[in-house]
Ligand binder design. Sequence first.
Ligand code: ZN
Length: 353
Amino acid sequence: MLATGCRLLHASGLGRLLAPITGRRGLVFTLHSVRPDAGTQGFAPNRHLTVTPDFLEHTILQARAAGLRIVSLTEALDHAQNGDPDGPRVCAFTFDDGYRDNLIHAYPVLRKHEVPFTIFVTSGFVDRSSEIWWEALERIVRGAQSIETPIGERMRTLDASTSERKVRIYDRLLHWFTQELGEDSQRVELRRLAGIHGLDLAALADELILDWNELRTLCQDPLFTVGAHTHNHFALARLTRARMQEDIAAGMDRLASELGVSPQVFAYPYGFEAAVNHQSLEVVSQFGFRAAFTTHPGMLDGTSDRFAMPRVSLNGYFQDDVIVSQYLNGAPFPIYNTLRKIRDGVIPRRSCA
Ligand SMILES: [Zn+2]
């Protein structure tokens, strides 16, 4: 829906016309994985989380060409809260979870263009004690010829021999993991499936996720800022208040002891409405962060709730100039957010609650 809206705004010229109003004070981009083979065809259910280094570079150049100043996340916050509304707009780059390819493929691009950046680190992934389950599930389903899947009240072994079947099975398992199982049971089931299908979860984390030494190396660069992203990457809205506090505190403790930092910024795991409820905003606000970021799409302005800040995801399916130009204009988001509220039949009091 957002991509179609962007194309209509571009084709009609309306996006450019609205930009002086909708562009606000700028925006914060969210990325996850950055690697050259991001255009993988066939079964690649996490493709939306991956963009190419070329696209990242292009987006940096496009933002600057559109007159935005690329700044650190804390400078972007300063600008959103206290900046000159008539001054240049700003843009910040953030990367969630701590993918190793951020160092290998994104960092050279960011360094070349002197772009400040924040990685929101999930400390349990770096410790290899917690599982990046969506990547693991993709590997399991990709490699399986058949797989146990919950259908109705019982588990059934389904044929997973073609890409089409794998897509359907992955979607079913994703629903089971995120909406039927609790957050702890989700990881128990993941480990069980990994055992059955011979996937080494520690080796997968070594392949995909930065280690503490790599993060320490990044910390020496003033362009880099560490953000907090919990220890286990649980959807906070699905935890009790005590478990939320525990998982955020555990993440902060590990970042302090391994990197000697106490992050000023936090990103909610997943960041969408179902993962971030009012209680999680309250709990996060008690940790002394300057701000907390969702993945609710929108631009920066002085009126945003600083514990429910919007960000704009760069989606692997839509790596093109037209989409980015509309993101920079800011025109798609008020329209998109209004349509979603109408569709959902609710107008939340806070932007992500
Ligand atoms: Zn995340």
